[in-house]
Ligand binder design. Sequence first.
Ligand SMILES: Nc1ncnc2c1ncn2[C@@H]1O[C@H](COP(=O)(O)OP(=O)(O)OP(=O)(O)O)[C@@H](O)[C@H]1O
Length: 139
Amino acid sequence: MKNRTLGLIKPQLAGNKTIIDNVEAEIRRHGLEIIATKHFKPSKSQLERFYADHKGKFFYDRLILTMGSGDVRAYILEGENVITKWRELIGPTKLYLAKYSHPDTFRSKFGLSDTRNGFHGSGNENEAINEINVMFDKY
Ligand SMILES: Nc1ncnc2c1ncn2[C@@H]1O[C@H](COP(=O)(O)OP(=O)(O)OP(=O)(O)O)[C@@H](O)[C@H]1O
């Protein structure tokens, strides 16, 4: 069954055309479809809704600050098993783990730190629906 997910290129990378072209080519190569794209600077209230589950964690303030520091590139992706496939393409949250054991992933290749890891992917179908609503204003 086809489903959808929210994919994000985070601010430190979203202005880099080479990275965008590379990411979009990989998305298509893996049989996934880009249903919608949005390039924009998320507001503080959007980010607070997006990351509500992380409020209070040690990296929360830095996460909201860096995610609001510039434009992100958001995608609604569709395909068989798209949530897992996109998360496999981006790789683990932690930079050392991405570099060490998942060297071919986007976070390994382009991530800058654990927080500025360059990419986001929804964790499950409910999260995908909520996150698409937050970033695409109920697209
Ligand atoms: N230990 C951490 N140190 C610094 N930043 C972190 C840490 N854990 C998470 N973050 C930041 O918060 C974001 C959201 O955290 P989350 O745990 O949802 O990571 P994810 O990789 O998006 O998904 P998941 O952990 O469910 O695989 C991460 O992408 C990263 O930018």
